[in-house]
Write a protein that binds this ligand. Structure first.
Ligand code: PEP
Ligand code: MN
Length: 332
């Protein structure tokens, strides 16, 4: 249940009420908001005079639900916004990993030249083998920050575990919580304490409900700037790396108020399918696309098979713009 408290209620009183009702509490800029488990179906008698509005839910898709907020939330990415009434589809480009200063500068210079506003590069890589390249860590974050200064793009990078979450929050503009990290409550709770945008990727074995609940950890801690990212789920099919769940995207658009970004690169796993999938995603009317691209994919230290080379990426961007326009969106 979500409860909006009267404006006359002070912070200490709101915190006291929250503690008494095992509820989360934050100030949304207008009033204190209390959130309890969705199993609570009636406003407790003692609270009736202290609230202005209440919402009852079937499940724990609460702050993220369309029943609570009817429109898609607007999320401010610093130099531009997505969601709300913006009708922006942001293209996030860049390599899977930051590998070296020369590699990341070549990539950033190319993406900035195309007019991209948001540049990606992983520094703490969540690999499935301990013997694979694990990322440059802090050195990678510093290189990304340098690229932000040199090329004026916002940067997004992922957090692998709770040991370096503060470091990532400090260096990056947008924090990516990866498919394997989205259950890590240390990460989610730390992300709730900042106001920077958090992009949460769906785990490959995660139901839509669990995915939304991961977002609820951040929202209920007081950070409203959450964006969901579908990146493929595991099915019986092995011909492609994962299966991009476009039905799930339709579900998220209908049942949640959070902007939705799609990542066809990790879903497909092979560069040959990424452009077709990206156009299909864009035609759904979405808030963003995340596409991996490397100056020389053959020598990439992670996700080599799925990264587009620069000429493929440029051709894709040209082809995406009219698709976005056809469904009333702007590719930025
Ligand atoms: C990535 O974006 O490079 C990545 C590792 O993604 P995911 O968490 O979706 O596997
Ligand atoms: Mn990758």
């Amino acid at each position: 249940m979500i409860l909006h408290l009267n404006n006359s209620i002070s912070e200490s009183e709101a915190q006291k009420i929250a503690a008494e009702n095992q509820a989360f509490c934050f100030n949304n800029g207008k009033q204190f908001v209390l959130i309890t488990s969705s199993s609570l179906k009636e406003v407790p008698e003692g609270l009736k005079s202290k609230i202005t509005e209440s919402w009852v839910f079937q499940n724990d898709n609460q702050l993220a639900s369309r029943e609570y907020i009817k429109h898609t939330r607007e999320v401010d990415f610093g130099t531009f916004k997505i969601g709300g009434n913006t009708k922006n589809t942001v293209l996030i480009g860049g390599p899977c990993s930051v590998e070296s200063e020369s590699q990341i500068r070549e990539s950033a210079s190319f993406m900035a030249g195309l007019g991209l506003k948001l540049f990606r590069g992983g520094c703490y890589k969540p690999r499935t083998s301990p013997y694979s390249f694990q990322g440059l860590g802090l050195e990678g974050l510093q290189l990304l920050a340098k690229m932000r200064e040199e090329f004026g793009m916002q940067v997004i990078t992922e957090v692998r575990d709770a040991t370096h979450v503060e470091e990532v929050i400090e260096y990056t503009d947008i924090i990516q919580v990866g498919a394997k990290a989205m259950y890590d409550q240390g990460i989610l709770r730390a992300c709730a304490k900042t106001q920077k945008p958090i992009l949460i990727k769906r785990g490959f074995g995660t139901t839509l409900q669990e995915f939304v609940q991961s977002a609820e950890f951040v929202l209920s801690g007081g950070n409203p700037n959450v964006v969901l990212c579908e990146r493929g789920i595991r099915t019986f099919e092995t011909g492609t790396r994962f299966t991009l769940d476009l039905c799930g995207v339709a579900w998220l658009k209908k049942h949640t108020n959070l902007p939705v970004i799609l990542d066809p690169s990790h879903a497909m796993g092979y560069a040959y399918g990424v452009a077709d999938l990206a156009r299909a995603c864009t035609a759904m009317g979405i808030d963003g696309l995340l596409i991996e691209s490397h100056p020389n994919p053959k020598v990439a230290l992670s996700d080599a098979s799925q990264q587009l080379n620069h000429s493929e990426f440029e051709a894709l961007l040209t082809s995406l713009k009219p698709v976005a326009n056809a469904v009333g969106y702007n590719m930025i």
